[in-house]
Design a protein around this ligand. Structure first.
Ligand code: ZZB
Length: 259
């Protein structure tokens, strides 16, 4: 899988994170949360970034000044792709619990939300995929839409400030189903909880296929172009601007099941 690693710079740590990182990083360090995305053309609509409260992340040195917050597994892959400071080496500088990062303010490259977006919890994040960090695009990702709605409804339960989940959901891609395809699919498939994984998987497949083959950008420098055309152009722009980098995920082993 060819992902795009997006560099979301930490603007202001949540108090728990700041406490836990005290003295662990150089004073001039630029720290980035790095979600892995397959949809760089949707970055205009980012309204939050998700981490798992159950994952302990590592912080890894990537250059003289840059540090990445990702899973240890992703760091290993990145080290062999020459993304981290030393080829083939992936010692974490320090670690941080996903739960401690909730509420942290980070920059979201290209997003309409230019003041930054908040780190929010998502229990369903798989530690075995991408970087364990997921940027939230509720207009086009059904899982992100359902999670955003649940966070808005149950802010106290999740231990967040409600306003962190309230950033507007902006239409960015026109499809035959409408310009908020995730919302439409979630409603038509009657998905009411982030735990409804079977239906969410179905919605994701439809959103991917329709977005890619029938979608048209309605925001940004490639507005009016098809998603198929715009996707590689937005990706190249992000990479050229130093806001992202290519990250490949090794194919997962196929485990044979004996029944
Ligand atoms: C932004 C985005 C916008 C995404 C969208 C999707 C969509 P896949 O499709 O299953 O191979 N993701 C990345 N890592 C994880 C993880 N560890 N656990 C759970 N979700 C993860 O997964 C790739 C997509 O799933 C990634 O692309 C990321 O969300 C999320 F409009 O980034 B995406 C229809 C989907 N639309």
């Amino acid at each position: 899988q060819e992902y795009t690693g997006l560099k979301m710079k930490v603007l202001e740590w949540a108090p728990k994170a700041r406490e836990s990182l005290e003295g662990k990083l150089p004073a001039d360090a630029n720290v980035f949360l790095v979600p892995a995305t397959l949809r760089p053309e949707t970055m205009y609509g980012q309204n939050a970034v998700f981490v798992s409260p159950k994952i302990t992340y590592g912080i890894f040195k990537a250059s003289d000044t840059d540090y990445y917050v990702i899973t240890h597994r992703a760091a290993r892959n990145m080290a062999y792709q020459g993304i981290l400071f030393k080829e083939g080496e992936f010692p974490s500088v320090t670690e941080i619990d996903g739960s401690a990062m909730i509420g942290t303010l980070v920059n979201a490259p290209l997003s309409v939300h230019t003041g930054g977006v908040r780190v929010l919890p998502m229990e369903s994040i798989l530690p075995t995929k991408g970087t364990g960090v997921v940027t939230s695009v509720p207009s086009d990702s059904p899982a992100d839409y359902v999670m955003t709605m649940d966070l808005r409804k149950k802010a106290a339960y999740y231990g967040i400030e409600q306003e962190w989940a309230e950033l507007e959901i902006i239409p960015i891609i026109d499809t035959p189903t409408g310009d908020l395809i995730a919302k439409s699919l979630v409603e038509s498939l009657k998905i009411s909880s982030p735990k409804d994984t079977v239906q969410l998987e179905k919605a994701k497949d439809t959103a991917y296929t329709e977005g890619y083959y029938k979608g048209r950008m309605k925001i940004g420098a490639w507005s009016g172009q098809s998603v198929e055309q715009a996707k590689p152009l937005v990706r190249k722009h992000l990479i050229d601007e130093g806001l992202a980098f290519p990250y490949a995920e090794p194919e997962r082993k196929i485990v044979s099941r004996s029944s």
